[in-house]
Design a protein around this ligand. Structure first.
Ligand code: MG
Length: 164
């Protein structure tokens, strides 16, 4: 059935490591201790959560099936490009995103000054207005892997509607 809307949820986490870039929503941030995210692609944990939520809403499985981390083609991949490709794949089965909400769980740095640009880049990648994408920030309050700055996590919910 294709009427109405569907929602998908996405979750991802990546390890923080010295010297790696810290890219979230296509924006490179600077960590006060020089930490960044480790991964096969550019390790953009926020964009990965959005991709998984979109694929979930479209009934297309998950990011690992579409862009396997065993594939050299995706080494260092620009995650926004993978998101754009996910939009194409969702459209091919009849769904387009209409709204995205996200939460980034990260101790430092503060997201505040970067949030507007991250939102614009995600919105542009999926063909939405900035106001149809939301980014929330949450810390680990010093506990757990987020609080100890061992990693960064992100959650996303994507709503899709049938392609007209
Ligand atoms: Mg990932």
């Amino acid at each position: 059935m294709t009427g109405g809307t569907r929602t998908g949820i996405g979750w991802d986490s990546h390890r923080l490591t010295p010297g790696a870039p810290l890219i979230l929503g296509g924006v490179t941030l600077t960590h006060p201790d020089g930490l960044g995210l480790d991964g096969h692609s550019d390790a953009d944990v926020l964009t990965h959560a959005v991709i998984d939520a979109l694929l979930g809403a479209a009934g297309l499985g998950d990011i690992g099936e579409h862009f396997p981390d065993t594939d050299e083609a995706f080494r260092g991949a620009d995650s926004l490009a993978l998101l754009r490709e996910s939009v194409v794949r969702a459209a091919a089965v009849g769904w387009r995103p209409v709204h995205i909400d996200t939460t980034v769980m990260m101790e430092r740095p503060k997201l505040k000054e970067h949030r507007a640009v991250m939102r614009s880049r995600l919105a542009a990648a999926v063909g939405l207005e900035d106001g149809e994408v939301n980014i929330k920030a949450s810390t680990g309050e010093g506990i757990g892997f987020v609080g100890r700055e061992e990693g960064v996590a992100a959650l996303a919910v994507v709503t899709v509607t049938p392609v007209a």
